[in-house]
Design a protein around this ligand. Structure first.
Ligand SMILES: NC(=O)c1ccc[n+]([C@@H]2O[C@H](COP(=O)([O-])OP(=O)(O)OC[C@H]3O[C@@H](n4cnc5c(N)ncnc54)[C@H](O)[C@@H]3O)[C@@H](O)[C@H]2O)c1
Length: 399
């Protein structure tokens, strides 16, 4: 006869022990614990309080500001406007707790995160929480800034902290990397520190981390999830471009040529222009054309920096196709978005999905989460609908 453990015993034990201790004590897997928690959550909804998701953020720029503000904003919002998933596996966005933060800008380091995010282009619209106590720690500058962004970042002249130790001390379980595009050395450094501290790593930058086989193997060996690379916006030019092209193909239209080019005014746009334009363009073009298997010339990327746009981004899409009898169909679309906030909702899903991955004991580069939230995942899928379905199956533990 198979011996079963009463749910109540596991839940009671979990209150004062870690996942690992609970797994060892009852000789059960992370997946079983997750199932027990889920089962009991639906039975006693009012008593159920999911544990907080302990998040560390590297790079307190505009994207970080959106996540930090979102955690507070949706606590009191009457409607979940703008959220892709109000709850994900029982976790609300407000179950995310920022426990550590790293930056190098003199205007941010040493301040509590809520004060530091005011130094970005993205406006602060959420009310800060009462406890403002997580300070921004000095990170390792490495290649985090270039000559052209030096005046914006103004790196602090302070010795960096021991990042792995700070991560351990803060009990962080997930590190979210939001460094500038092209800061490859810095991104790799923080991926190493995260590994050393035993944290899952989410790479929102275009640097190859989840798509790097060596990093993926080391995270797999350490039993830690690795997610990335290059965040996909909630609703921006890349996703719109893919959806339109997919519809054209599905309706029998032959795509002849297309481009999607944008201008932005945030510090990331300035940084992209000077050191990551080609990389970003290659990723965006590949993300659109590669996933859809189109042979026509397709170009997608950032074309310029316009300071007075602030955190705004204007994207111009141009698509030419041939329909019945070779008739020409031409589309000229403009979409105007806000950079930082456009990443917030996808990041909120990805952070919560990474927590589910930790609960399930999943490790290494995780295809389902990466293909859902990133432009350059280890394994791309055809369209966002398929990516969303695969994520749902992953969360449910069904492959
Ligand atoms: N919608 C989005 O926001 C979005 C979408 C896709 C990709 N991304 C990616 O997310 C990343 C962040 O974008 P952003 O708009 O928030 O950028 P940002 O320029 O607003 O912020 C970057 C932050 O990193 C800090 N920094 C630089 N070097 C550092 C170092 N070595 N250690 C610690 N901190 C350092 C800077 O001081 C700054 O605060 C970029 O790589 C971008 O490509 C964002």
């Amino acid at each position: 006869m198979v011996k079963t453990t009463p749910d109540a015993d596991v839940i009671a034990y979990l209150e004062s022990h870690t996942y690992q201790e609970t797994m060892d004590y009852f000789k059960i897997s992370r997946m079983t614990i997750a199932r027990i928690k889920k089962r009991n959550a639906s039975q006693r909804k009012s008593d159920y309080m999911p544990e907080k998701i302990q998040l560390a953020i590297v790079g307190l720029g505009n994207a970080a500001s959106a996540v930090i503000q979102g955690i507070e904003y949706y606590k009191s919002a009457r409607r979940p406007t703008g959220l892709l998933r109000p709850t994900l596996a029982g976790y609300h966005i407000s179950d995310i707790q920022v426990v550590a933060a790293f930056d190098i800008a003199s205007a941010k380091v040493g301040k509590p995160v809520w004060k530091a995010i005011k130094e970005n282009e993205l406006a602060v619209v959420a009310e800060p929480p009462d406890d403002l106590d997580v300070p921004v720690l000095m990170g390792n500058p490495l290649d985090g800034y270039i000559e052209e962004t030096m005046d914006v970042i103004k790196p602090a002249n302070i010795a960096p902290v021991d990042v792995a130790k700070a991560l351990k001390d803060s009990n962080a379980e997930i590190v979210l990397c939001l460094l500038p595009s092209g800061a490859d050395e810095s991104v790799k450094y923080y991926a190493e520190q995260s590994l050393k501290a035993g944290c899952a790593f989410i790479n929102a930058t275009p640097t190859s981390i989840a798509t790097d086989k060596a990093f993926a193997k080391r995270y797999a060996d350490a039993g830690l999830p690795l997610i990335g690379d290059d965040l996909q916006d909630q609703f921006g030019a890349t996703i719109l471009h893919k959806l339109i092209l997919q519809q054209m193909l599905d309706r029998g239209v032959d795509v002849k040529e297309s481009y999607a080019l944008d201008v932005g005014g945030g510090s990331e746009s300035l940084n992209t222009i000077f050191r990551a334009r080609d990389v970003k363009r290659a990723i965006k073009s590949m993300s659109v054309a590669g996933a859809l298997n189109i042979e026509a010339p397709i170009v997608a990327g950032t074309s310029d920096y316009v300071e007075h746009l602030g955190n705004g981004r204007n994207s111009m899409l141009w698509i030419v196709g041939n329909g019945f009898l070779g008739s020409e169909i031409i589309m000229d679309v403009k979409i105007q978005t806000e950079d930082g906030s456009n990443g917030g909702s996808v990041l909120a899903d990805v952070i919560r999905a990474t927590k589910v991955a930790l609960n399930q004991g999943a490790s290494g580069a995780l295809d389902e989460i990466s293909a859902y939230g990133f432009k350059k995942p280890p394994k791309a899928v055809k369209n966002p609908v398929e990516a969303s379905k695969n994520l749902a199956s992953f969360i449910l533990g069904v492959k």
